[in-house]
Design a protein around this ligand. Structure first.
Ligand SMILES: [Zn+2]
Length: 560
């Protein structure tokens, strides 16, 4: 991750420099991602593609020891700065990426050569290095009728206080050895199973300097017309200890340990497909994985695309129009603001290590990265990705509401045994996900709020599709119009908020004054913020980023 001023600097930089000559070093990887292959070529001796088999297998096979060994190896390269040594066999980014590539080769050999290792290579000056390679592995889908791919990504690079310091110790054990170990472990395990869609595992270079590796991949798939179903980014997913400057809206106080909570970040408001993907991942956890795990996890659907002023490798994909989200631990050891003279936390420093040897016997006995926690996050990620990779077609639908009764008609070219309807009111998560056996549904919705509705199909194995984009079902009892002209100010979501709050305006007709604003007032009536909002018929939204540890009661009103 990186902080906002870095992003702004890089954006201006990019007018003159951008990634060029983007290729996969293995042509087979490109052919498969484009859907130009015979799936039979990559069949294993037995096709294992039942959801129960896959989720059981993932839950049993993801190993904390395996994750720890990858994390230790990644740390052993001393630094993985994008501009560091590419020649040495033991130190620097070159040795690190060759090791990851070798792991992908090893997993492929163990699984009938089904996993196709490659690098995504591109040219760009990053910290003095002109050419870069992100290790990747492609697992071909067994059904090319819809050849959209699923990407499971991390960033392999690490850094110290100075962005292009290529000689300092930068083990990057949590940022982002944790996410990279997760991606390697999933390449190992998921290549034992068969998925309808192709899955791409990639550990991106150049994240710390400006999300360059992820942007190169997003450019590449767009230029090659490769459709993407979902992107799951993993960045800082193993740390459990709260630092002094933990990233908002994370942990408090310093020293707090949390190994049972996970944050899912994504872009956009009520109709955003990114938040739909996040809700889907959480639903698959609750319904498929939770019944078989020993330690239940609390998963939060976050309001913002990332923590305040920060970003990650899911963002270039969203900017290119693809559906993308990010996994991040609840507790972070720092906010990565190493320019702050009082900064004493671990992120983006030589202190981002796996843990400490407290008794001097040469063995780490006190861990900053908790590998049981990382294993839980790995299984959550894999379950969501796997269900998206074997699930059926996302349908379209219409909804009409009379009083509290909603008529929902699901429109899909294929008949499915079941359909699901997700209903949401005041948070970004569903209140309830209903199941029906007919695509023509009449149901009573809760009458005291606005309901957001989305639908999915369910196949014969009980796997649901990704959900459609939401539509709003306007129910009476949502309060009086803000100005007597059919403009309604709805309750903010979530409320209480995390670090950002979505303020929603509903209008039941086309309005004359489309440019409006939301004013945030404190309890003395002083204006804290004025947010512009463009009004359209139906739902319009504005995000209020109030940052970390803002507390108290705030008021808002709309004007035009
Ligand atoms: Zn990171």
């Amino acid at each position: 991750m990186k902080i906002l001023y870095t992003l702004l600097f890089i954006v201006s930089f990019q007018f003159s420099f951008s990634q060029s000559n983007i290729i996969t070093t293995n042509p087979l990887a490109e052919q498969v991602m484009q859907g130009m292959y015979d799936p039979v070529t990559y069949y294993p001796p037995a096709i294992l593609n039942h959801p129960d088999t896959i989720v059981n297998g993932i839950n049993q096979r993801v190993k904390p020891d395996s994750l720890m060994s990858y994390n230790a190896k990644l740390g052993s390269f001393y630094t993985r700065n994008s501009g560091s040594d590419t020649v040495s066999s033991t130190k620097g980014i070159g040795a690190a990426r060759r090791w990851v590539y070798g792991k992908f080769q090893e997993f492929s050999a163990l699984n009938n050569n089904r996993l196709i290792p490659s690098y995504l290579q591109f040219d760009l000056n990053i910290c003095g290095a002109g050419q870069h390679r992100s290790p990747m592995a492609v697992l071909p889908g067994i059904d090319t009728s819809d050849h959209s791919i699923i990407i499971i990504e991390s960033h392999i690079d690490s850094r110290c206080e100075v962005l292009c310091d290529t000689s300092c110790l930068a083990q990057g054990s949590d940022d982002n050895g944790s996410g990279t170990a997760l991606v390697i472990e999933l390449a190992r395990i998921m290549s034992k199973y068969s998925f309808s869609h192709t899955i791409v595992f990639i550990t991106n270079i150049g994240e710390e300097q400006g999300l360059y590796g992820a942007e190169a991949l997003a450019d590449y798939v767009q230029e090659n017309s490769i459709p993407i179903k979902a992107v799951l980014n993993n960045d800082i997913v193993g740390g459990v200890l709260c630092g002094h400057t933990s990233s908002p809206p994370s942990c408090s106080p310093f020293g707090d340990i949390d190994s049972t909570q996970l944050r899912l970040f994504s872009y956009g408001g009520f109709s955003s497909p990114h938040k739909g993907l996040v809700r889907f991942i959480k639903l698959e956890y609750k319904e498929e994985l939770l019944p078989m795990v020993n330690v239940p996890m609390t998963i939060s659907v976050m309001t913002g695309e990332d923590r305040s002023g920060r970003g990650g490798d899911h963002i270039p994909f969203r900017e290119h129009g693809y559906t993308a989200m990010r996994f991040t631990s609840a507790n972070e050891n720092g906010n990565a603001d190493v320019t702050n003279v009082n900064y004493e936390d671990n992120q983006h420093t030589s202190k981002d290590v796996m843990g400490y040897d407290t008794d001097g016997d040469g063995v780490i006995d006190s861990f900053l990265v908790d590998f049981n926690y990382l294993a839980r996050n790995t299984t959550i990620n894999a379950t969501g990705a796997a269900m998206a990779a074997i699930g059926p077609i996302t349908p379209a639908f219409t909804i009409s509401v009379t009083g509290s009764e909603a008529q929902i008609n699901i429109d899909c070219p294929v008949v499915y045994p079941q359909y699901r309807v997700g209903v949401r009111s005041n948070t970004f998560d569903w209140d309830t996900v209903y199941t029906f056996t007919s695509p023509a549904i009449t149901m009573i919705l809760p009458s005291d709020s606005v309901n957001y509705v989305s639908v999915a199909t369910v196949d014969t194995n009980g796997v649901e599709s990704l959900f459609s984009e939401e539509q709003v079902a306007h129910i009476t009892g949502i309060g009086s119009p803000a100005n007597g002209q059919g403009i309604y100010l709805l309750s903010a979501k979530p409320n209480p908020a995390d670090e950002a709050t979505m303020i929603t305006v509903y209008t039941d007709h086309l309005v004359n004054y489309k440019e409006a604003f939301i004013r945030i007032l404190d309890s003395n009536g002083n204006m804290i913020k004025q947010l512009p909002i463009t009004l359209k018929k139906g739902i319009s939204e504005a995000i209020y980023h109030h940052g970390f540890r803002a507390s108290g009661t705030y008021f808002y009103h709309a004007g035009s």
